[in-house]
Design a protein around this ligand. Structure first.
Ligand SMILES: *Cc1c(COP(=O)(O)O)cnc(C)c1O
Length: 370
């Protein structure tokens, strides 16, 4: 028998969450962002649930190839654009739209245009409106737009930017206003559609922020981008991944006994503890401290001591019926339908739901459910 750890991917929840993105932005085309192998869920496992998406956005060329292999005929968008000149041939072959965020990519496209004047690309021109990772400054932007508009391989140019603070405030003010104003002041004078919002902007700012294309990522995977201000129930989202395992050993320890490497947990009273087949080699964060929530037989309890490579330990003192084989939910749904939010586990561990779901490793058995 394989180790009992399983990641269950919930088809209906993925569909439901995409529907929420659509309902928030009824006038926009919705890209399902499937980078990082669909936020750790597996592109092949989410693809059919995202049939209602207008397109798919990702970072790796290979992810585009896999989508085409699944029969996808929708628009595909390479969010960071190409990494080398030859990638443009790949984009031509697989009909992949791409971002252009810097001068070297413009030069590659100019060169490509001379060699392959028959190619046709829909490009997404990225403005650096304040986040200072990728994109052209507002001053450069109109000039780059002019240069690209002249290329015969460029069929359309969509104006694109990305928010640093759509999930909260920026310098004590509305988190998107600063970047939105810059972006709009430049792009209003130029032709073309726009693509601005990520999940946080879709959920929090849809009343004043419209764009022709939205790029929904984390919300599709049942994590709230602005947790703990809002949890997934507040946004009507459902968990899409349940990481479950089982109790494989039980110990009764005495006050003063320690648990695990480093003996950093010492029992204050007699305790019943359970060993769970889940460790950092499965993607559970080693940094998750004593007190990280888990469900055992659908009842909340917490981890104790250090997470090790293949195991972690939970407190069973208040779960009298727990036994070998009892179900342990690290996040997501229990088989009884009780939810442990990935956002809560992430926050206790000093990180975000994004990181937890992306980190689940290949040795975990993935299964799909309705
Ligand atoms: C990852 C990404 C998104 C999606 O962000 P979420 O917060 O997951 O919705 C949107 N746009 C770009 C450019 C991205 O890299």
């Amino acid at each position: 028998m394989p180790r009992p750890i399983t990641a269950i991917i919930h088809h209906e929840a993925l569909q439901h969450n995409l529907d929420i993105a659509r309902k928030n932005m009824p006038y926009s085309k919705v890209f399902a962002v499937v980078k990082a192998n669909a936020y750790g869920h597996g592109i092949e496992r989410v693809y059919h649930a995202f049939q209602a998406a207008d397109g798919f956005a990702f970072i790796d060329l290979d992810e585009g190839k896999r989508l085409r292999a699944l029969g996808c005929t929708r628009q595909l968008l390479l969010l960071e654009g190409v990494f080398a000149f030859d990638d443009l041939y790949f984009c031509q072959k697989h009909q992949i739209s791409f971002a252009i965020h810097s001068e070297h990519q413009v030069q590659w496209l100019e060169q490509f245009s001379q060699l392959n004047p028959e190619a046709k690309f829909d490009i997404f021109l990225k403005m650096n409106s304040g986040m200072n990772r990728l994109g052209f400054t507002p001053e450069q932007y109109p000039h780059i737009w002019q240069r690209l508009s002249k290329l015969n391989v460029v069929q359309s140019i969509t104006h694109m930017t990305h928010f640093s603070d759509a999930d909260g405030e920026r310098f004590g003010q509305d988190g998107v206003k600063y970047q939105q104003d810059i972006f709009e002041s430049i792009t209003q004078k130029l032709e073309g559609e726009t693509s601005i919002s990520n999940s946080a902007a879709i959920l929090r700012h849809s009343n004043h922020l419209q764009s022709d294309y939205v790029r929904s990522g984390i919300m599709l995977y049942g994590s709230s981008p602005d947790y703990p201000t809002h949890n997934i129930q507040d946004w009507n989202l459902k968990p899409t991944m349940s990481l479950r395992s089982e109790i494989i050993a039980i110990q009764n320890i005495k006050a003063g006994d320690s648990v695990g490497y480093g003996s950093n947990f010492i029992a204050e009273h007699d305790m019943k503890i359970g060993v769970v087949a889940c460790g950092y080699a499965d993607g559970y964060q080693r940094i998750s401290p004593t007190g990280t929530p888990v469900l055992v037989d659908s009842i909340r309890t917490t981890t104790i001591g250090r997470v090790s490579m293949d195991m972690l330990v939970v407190d069973l003192t208040s779960i009298k019926n727990a036994q070998i084989g009892s179900e342990v939910v690290l996040w997501g749904y229990s088989s009884q339908g009780v939810v442990l939010s990935i956002d809560e586990v992430a926050t206790t561990s000093g990180t975000v739901g994004y990181e937890l779901m992306c980190a689940v490793t290949a040795r975990v058995n993935f299964v799909q459910s309705q």
